[in-house]
Design a protein around this ligand. Structure first.
Ligand code: GLV
Length: 327
């Protein structure tokens, strides 16, 4: 039997790649940088499936030259890089890797929160740059208490809920804003629903967990940042464009808010000249929230499972565009 052709746009962890290579006629892009759009277009024209990353823009331009493309298996939970409407219109299945990365990503939101609250990165630099001259000092690198503070979760999906769950151990009051109320979680995790403006006004730490869509683009803009407490910190490990970076820079330099911790940026990789990187009250990471050995391996395995299910004639376990089943 002729093997189906798959273009894998980057070397994903071996645990999944091995399965894909065994079952399919697979070509893997081995550069560490994403393939240029032109390459994706060329490859897509010849394959039955793509295994993609969130850095690959896959839209009508790709679909228009890819008559045999049937499925895109994304190695991520977010899929804002794929034009889902256009894929569905053409009967192309799109899958993602949800759930497996929820706890890992929530852990990292907390790593960011703790780092910005207690100035962990600044403290590290302080020692390494030879500034630690006076031993113990009563007012050295004062941070903000996390325990007992108010946490505001924007977007109570799986990851937002996992972040909220962790707040209980810190005796925090947790508010959330989401497009749908989650009464069960309100009860089990002790959360209070608030509209976004109220949440921003009342929270000491605000953690963003919404997907990037038209309506969440610059959800956190200048007006919203002005609502926050001067002592508050914002944490974003969802998608960069959810926060207006220019407005955030103003907020941080003009003292409207106290700090920010970012794992995501409006443009990735962000330039070393991004003015946010010059600020001590900003903690940054290069979009690594789901990056643990186990989780990334499991994600790769899920990509393989989704592809195999599809070509075995089953509904892939992580189908994103269920409307495609009607086409
Ligand atoms: C990472 O950002 C993901 O969407 O999985």
């Amino acid at each position: 039997m002729q093997k189906h052709k798959v273009f894998v746009t980057r070397e994903i962890p071996e645990r999944g790649l091995r399965i894909i290579k065994k079952r399919f006629d697979a070509e893997v892009w081995t550069d560490s940088a994403s393939p240029p759009k032109q390459v994706i277009i060329q490859k897509a024209a010849k394959v039955d499936a793509l295994a993609s990353l969130l850095t690959d823009k896959i839209d009508a331009e790709v679909f228009d030259v890819a008559p045999s493309l049937k499925i895109i298996a994304q190695f991520a939970v977010g899929y804002d890089n794929i034009d889902i409407k256009e894929a569905t219109k053409r009967g192309i299945y799109v899958t993602n890797t949800p759930r497996v990365l929820t706890e890992t990503t929530a852990d990292f939101a907390w790593a960011l929160l703790m780092a910005v609250a207690r100035r962990v990165v600044e403290a590290d630099k302080y020692i390494r740059s030879g500034k630690w001259k006076v031993g113990w000092h009563p007012t050295m690198i004062l941070g903000r208490d996390v325990y007992g503070a108010t946490l505001g979760i924007v977007g109570l999906g799986r990851i937002g809920a996992a972040v909220a769950k962790r707040a209980r151990g810190f005796d925090m009051r947790t508010l959330y804003y989401s497009t749908t109320r989650r009464p069960n979680l309100e009860k089990t995790l002790g959360l209070a629903f608030a509209d976004l403006d109220t949440l921003l006004q009342k929270s000491d730490f605000i953690s963003i967990h919404v997907p990037l869509m038209k309506k969440t683009y610059h959800l956190i803009d200048e007006r919203k940042l002005k609502l926050m407490k001067k002592t508050a910190c914002i944490i974003n490990n969802s998608r960069g464009p959810v926060v207006d970076e220019k407005a955030l820079y103003k907020a941080l330099t003009e003292g409207w808010i106290a700090g920010a911790a970012l794992d995501v940026f409006e443009h990735e990789p962000t330039s070393v000249d991004n003015p946010l990187l010059k600020l001590d009250n900003v903690v940054v990471a290069p979009h690594i929230s789901s990056s643990s050995y186990e989780t990334r391996s499991r994600m790769a395995e899920m990509v393989a499972e989704n592809l195999i299910a599809f070509f075995d004639g089953r509904i892939p376990p992580n189908l994103v565009n269920r409307e495609v089943l009607k086409t």
